[in-house]
Design a protein around this ligand. Structure first.
Ligand SMILES: Nc1ncnc2c1ncn2[C@@H]1O[C@H](COP(=O)(O)OP(=O)(O)OP(=O)(O)O)[C@@H](O)[C@H]1O
Ligand SMILES: [Mg+2]
Length: 249
């Protein structure tokens, strides 16, 4: 699905990512963990075609990524909603750009409004919503675009713990049902162990891939199971070392 080969990204001589190679297979859920500033967002932006590599190549479904394409759905760290569009208007944006008919895109939007729990707020504008609600509009908008690949950058970071758990469950449901592949950045080891087929731990600056963990636990996972605890410990250790390094740099 997504193939990243020897990717290096520099900003004015500063190396943000160095020689990153990674594949996200068809239908696979990959989580990325790493210290702040190690290049996670940069990696997602490159996969989204929002920026270009200094060296290396990226492919989506065998085609080289050379710009933004509408086969990806993005959810970013900050809420990037269209302030002049209502909740439903925001969610309908992707299908609208693809030329989906009005009644059909309304049906799609209504479906995802229910899914993310925004019923009753369809006609509100972003400035009338709480942070968590805005984030849910962003998530619904990404899903409504029927993406092959979901690129998510800490999408649940601003949500309260309860909503976050709910959204994780919903994301898994959609992912399993719609056979989407996902590249998901998080700071939460818990979240990664709950969601991912594979966890990629990145090193401190410059960002490289330090270690990859396979998680073979079937869904739905029990967050406190012994297997989950074991893998969580290993990931925490790996990540902890990198966070230390990042501090001391
Ligand atoms: N457009 C840019 N111009 C210059 N430097 C940039 C740019 N975008 C990112 N950087 C730098 O690249 C490095 C990686 O940034 P990035 O946002 O990818 O980190 P991150 O891993 O997502 O961090 P966080 O966990 O805090 O979100 C940082 O040092 C950042 O300052
Ligand atoms: Mg980031």
């Amino acid at each position: 699905m997504l193939v990243i080969i020897h990717l290096t990204k520099k900003f004015d001589g500063y190396t943000a990512l160095e020689d990153v190679s990674l594949e996200v297979n068809d239908g696979e859920f990959v989580c990325i963990l790493g210290p702040s500033g190690c290049g996670k967002t940069t990696l997602l932006r490159l996969a989204a075609g929002l920026d270009f590599p200094t060296k290396g190549e990226l492919f989506l479904d065998g085609r080289r990524i050379v710009g933004v394409n509408n086969e990806c759905g993005f959810v970013f760290q900050e809420y990037v909603l269209f302030p002049w569009r209502t909740v439903i208007g925001n969610i309908e944006f992707g299908p609208e750009m693809k030329g989906v008919r009005k009644d059909e895109r309304n049906r799609i939007a209504q479906h995802y409004i229910d899914l993310v729990g925004l019923r009753g707020f369809e006609n509100n504008y972003p400035h009338e919503l709480s942070g968590g609600m805005k984030q849910r509009v962003g998530i619904a908008r990404a899903y409504a675009n029927n993406p092959k690949l979901l690129l998510m950058d800490e999408p649940f970071g601003a949500l309260d713990a309860q909503t976050r758990n709910l959204m994780q469950g919903e994301l898994l449901r959609i992912w399993e049902k719609e056979h989407i592949s996902a590249l998901f950045v998080t700071h939460s080891v818990d979240e990664a162990v709950y969601l991912a087929d594979r966890i990629v731990v990145m090193s401190a600056r410059p960002g490289t891939i330090k270690e990859i963990f396979n998680i073979d636990i079937p869904h739905p996972r029990i967050r406190t199971s012994q297997e989950a605890n074991l893998i969580r410990d290993r990931v925490l250790k790996s990540l902890g070392t990198e966070i230390e390094h990042a501090r001391n740099k």
